[in-house]
Ligand binder design. Structure first.
Ligand code: TRP
Ligand code: ZN
Length: 908
């Protein structure tokens, strides 16, 4: 062996593999924790009742621990023999008593030094914990894995003046005074839980409270805890919680199982929120909302995240994951549930479709890109280096689509039966994705899901997005119409060969004039009863379906409602797309017809080489016919405003990039901008009419209907300001500035400001200054202020410089994840034309920030590191600059394993 291989072996990152799973050698039945909370040095006394797992091979007890100072270890009250090995506390010669033994461990930690925000940390003077996935080991030595479930009793002791509120999971059983101005509270959680669901909070907080009576007569106390000035921003979160509880009762028959349910908000948080049993901890961004400071989007995000965390109480907490490879068991299912909740809350069919379109847009831009890049992984991954890197859109959003396909295959009633069987079998257990799929299939033995279960489960094991190619053939003589489908998944890292997926395709047919046709599917048994829609189930690489009694060539509407997470290729002509855009009875596919048409036009212009779009004085990317179709949409009084707004939104630059093998971000930007300006110009009268029609004078309500009207009015204002930038017109920028000043809510105010900033109008500067002045004490609004500037068009290539200036602003703070995301991520992830510079300076800035964040917060740094995932697809000169920046990060010697995993995979 040469020295080189020795070194390589030494730094080989440790890979965790699903196949290596072994049950724990010990169980921990009860945990009694006592905290003496001090920011600089918190003392933790951990008393456990431990017993050997009779089903596991005999092994020493290896407890996880990280960043702890160990002071004492006692076994049955006696000093024990232990050693520390690679951070593990290893105990051998343990009592061989079947009843188990007492293990007592005393450690200290430093919450005020914890910038990782994992484990116990201090945010604005208040203690919080974040234990998922592996943060509990930063609080005490433990079997920090989700299949070890224990009953917790927690005593918190702290200075009473500084920390008047002391919270943990479950029920408050005792509280009182201690010497020296200190006090204590003792909590008991009757439910066994894995360590990742442990939580504590201690600080100066106030709560909005609500007593509710559930349908089964049980009474509950609901509390939303925030910092003293924020109480008036908690009404919407409380209403969302009440609605979530009612929804889970009606839709799934699942009841709140706790006397008390608490939500606590913190402004320093790595993710959105965390479902700790009975004590959810939230990023303030997903709790605080009032009309003066939060937009319609914020309101709807609060509703869905409150729902998401609440729904975890059953899907995640009552039934949890056996190991972290099963993460989508709880996340995919819970995202499916929160999506359905939001749709049910939205009400009308049109509002439901709008929510579906928004969810699909996220999936197709971010998840499809992940599936096509260096971090591609199955919904149930086979390996990881750092589990925090696997809280991804694949686990969450694609996982939700997999659950949704099961729902489609067994129907709503069948799905509910399946979920009931899942709880009957597994309540209180730590289980696998297989267990879930098996329960849904077993409850529906006659379903296509049961028949195709092994093939269906490839959705869990195979990475990559299936591409489905559809060809329609009409046989005039036989009066039949045959749809032939082929499917293909491209290789992904570590998975060169793919097998066919089970793909439910909801399909309808329309006549050339847009009339819905009755479908009569021919099968081996004869002709199936006529229906207006069919769900065709693909499971092979090539399959054909024939419909009888089709007198003339129909127009197919395939993948209605986006019934599977696939890319559909079909060669529909402009006429057919126009018919679907006007007549499809499925609102999703109606929207999709417009998107496909726009995509084809934009991609053609992007490919057209020497920039006809930028060169021509009146650039035409979009033909009159397409613009006319959108004009009809804007003029249609039957359509909901939110739906019109989506129809009038061109595919994003990120989505267009996703369709290309070689990406020139500048070219994509130019073409899309040209098309956008064309829409502004050609539809000017309609934009004006829309603006007038949607001036709402009533009181602010964040419901889907009125939010949709605000969104459409905002698009009109945006377009008219864009047009004014060309014509020199002063009227619309003037109106925008007026609206910005007078707006009665943050949605209208921010939209007006956005219109000015994106049009590059001189009024943008004074408006930004005024906005900062008005909201300098509102952290979440300042985030919007940073974000808007970081994602503003790169006029004259000054975008990067602007961001660098803002990094020096007194209100910028790299340690606060929300603030870092609002400035840095908004620039790298949401402003492609400013980020992808021909001189590579954007990538150099990215590398600097990844390195800086790596030293503060590895999780946030690793998220930022992913901004260059798609670097290999970049055209030159972007590509070599990107590679240089990646290599510079890779060469750092103090990289966290979080960042190292991302960068190494990108460079493979
Ligand atoms: N389980 C949380 C959710 O999806 C996610 C989460 C919150 C998380 N904080 C985290 C994951 C920190 C990893 C690390 O609801
Ligand atoms: Zn979740």
């Amino acid at each position: 062996m040469t020295d080189n291989t020795l070194i390589a072996a030494a730094v080989e990152p440790s890979v965790v593999r699903r196949q290596d799973y072994l049950p724990p050698a010990f169980w921990i039945d009860t945990v009694d924790l006592c905290f003496d909370l001090e920011p600089a040095k918190t003392r933790v006394l951990n008393k456990m009742r431990v017993r050997r797992n009779p089903a596991a091979p005999e092994q020493p007890l290896r407890l996880h621990g990280e960043a702890l100072n160990l002071a004492r270890v006692l076994v049955n009250g006696q000093g024990a023999s232990f050693k520390l090995e690679d951070g593990l506390l290893v105990l051998s010669n343990l009592p061989d008593d079947e009843a188990g033994f007492d293990l007592e461990i005393f450690t200290t930690c430093q919450p005020d030094k914890n910038t990782l925000l994992s484990g116990l940390f201090v945010s604005q003077g208040t203690f919080f914990t974040q234990c998922e996935a592996e943060g509990f080991r930063r609080i005490t030595y433990f079997l920090d894995r989700p299949d070890v479930m224990s009953v917790y009793t927690v005593t918190l002791r702290a200075d009473k003046a500084a920390y008047p509120v002391l919270l943990s999971n479950g029920n408050l059983v005792e509280q009182g005074e201690l010497e020296g101005g200190r006090h204590y509270a003792k909590w008991h959680d009757p439910f066994r839980k894995p360590s990742y669901l442990f939580a504590l909070v201690a600080g100066q907080l106030v709560a909005r409270e609500q007593h509710i009576k559930a349908r089964n007569g049980c009474e509950h106390l609901l509390q939303v805890y925030v910092r003293p000035g924020d109480l008036e921003k908690t009404e919407h979160a409380m209403q969302s919680l009440i609605a979530s509880i009612a929804w889970d009762e009606t839709r799934f028959g699942l009841h709140l199982d706790l006397e008390r349910f608490m939500i606590v908000a913190t402004s320093d948080f790595n993710m959105g929120a965390m479902e700790n049993k009975g004590l959810n901890i939230f990023n303030t961004k997903y709790v605080l909302a009032n009309q003066a400071t939060a937009t319609d989007t914020d309101f709807s995000n609060v509703e869905s995240v409150v729902g998401h965390e609440y729904f975890h109480n059953w899907t995640g907490n009552r039934i949890t994951c056996r190991d972290w490879f099963q993460l989508s068991l709880k996340e995919g299912l819970t995202v499916f549930r929160d999506q359905e909740f939001s749709m049910d809350m939205a009400g009308s069919d049109s509002a439901r479709a709008v929510k579906r379109i928004e969810d699909v847009r996220l999936l197709r831009t971010v998840q499809f890109a992940e599936d096509a890049g260096p971090m591609a992984h199955p919904v149930r991954p086979d390996s990881y280096q750092e589990i925090n890197n696997f809280y991804t859109v694949t686990i969450y959003e694609k996982g939700a689509e997999v659950v949704r396909m099961m729902h489609t295959l067994v129907g709503e009633a069948g799905f509910r039966k399946g979920v009931s069987l899942y709880f009957e079998r597994h309540d209180g257990q730590a289980v696998t994705c297989d267990d879930f799929a098996q329960a849904i299939a077993d409850a529906n033995p006659e379903s296509e899901l049961a028949r195709l279960l092994p093939q269906f489960k490839r959705w869990y094991s195979q990475a990559g997005t299936p591409h489905v190619y559809a060809v329609g053939q009409h046989d005039a003589a036989a009066q039949t119409y045959t749809l032939t489908f082929t499917q293909k998944i491209k290789p992904t890292p570590g998975q060169p060969d793919k097998q066919p997926a089970v793909i439910p395709l909801r399909v309808a047919l329309f006549s050339a004039s847009g009339q819905p046709l009755q479908l009569q599917l021919q099968s081996a048994e004869g002709i199936e009863p006529a229906a207006s829609e069919h769900t065709l189930v693909l499971h092979d690489s090539l399959q054909a379906f024939t419909f009888a009694n089709v007198p003339e060539a129909p127009i197919p509407s395939i993948l209605r409602g986006f019934s599977a997470p696939v890319v559909l290729h079909q060669n529909l002509g402009d006429e057919a797309l126009e018919v679907l855009l006007e007549h499809d009875s499925d609102p999703f596919n109606r929207w999709e017809a417009g998107q496909q048409w726009a995509q084809r036009l934009l991609l053609a212009a992007i490919g057209a080489g020497d920039a006809s779009a930028e060169a021509a004085p009146t650039p035409t990317v979009l033909p009159e016919r397409f613009i006319d179709a959108l004009r009809q949409v804007l003029r249609d009084p039957q359509l909901d405003a939110a739906f019109q707004d989506l129809m009038l939104t061109l595919p994003s630059e990120a989505y267009l990039a996703e369709q290309l093998d070689v990406v020139d971000p500048q070219r994509i930007h130019q073409v899309r901008q040209a098309a956008q300006r064309q829409l502004a110009r050609a539809l000017a009268p309609e934009w004006q009419a829309v603006w007038e029609a949607h001036q709402d004078t009533g009181a602010y309500r964040p419901d889907a209907q009125s939010a949709g009207r605000r969104a459409l009015a905002a698009k009109a204002l945006f377009m008219l300001c864009l047009l004014a930038a060309e014509t020199g017109d002063a009227v619309w920028p003037g109106k925008a500035y007026q609206r910005f000043k007078d707006a009665g809510n943050m949605t209208d105010r921010l939209n007006a400001l956005t219109a000015l900033v994106h049009a590059g109008h001189p009024l943008a500067e004074p408006a930004l200054t005024r906005f900062h002045q008005l909201f300098k004490n509102e952290a979440l609004v300042l985030d919007k202020w940073f974000q808007l500037q970081a994602s503003a068009p790169d006029a004259g290539g000054r975008g990067l410089h602007k961001v660098q200036q803002l990094m020096q602003h007194a209100d910028f703070n790299l340690k606060n994840p929300n603030r870092a995301r609002s400035l840095i991520f908004a620039f790298t992830n949401a402003n492609p034309a400013a980020f992808h510079r021909e001189d590579g300076a954007g990538y150099q800035f990215w590398a600097d920030q990844v390195i800086a964040l790596n030293a503060i917060n590895a999780q946030v740094a690793a998220r930022l590191a992913r901004a260059l995932d798609a670097w290999r697809k970049l055209d030159e000169p972007f590509r070599h600059h990107a590679e240089a920046a990646l290599r510079r990060v890779a060469a750092q010697d103090k990289l966290s394993k979080d960042v190292r995993e991302i960068i190494e995979k990108a460079l493979v």
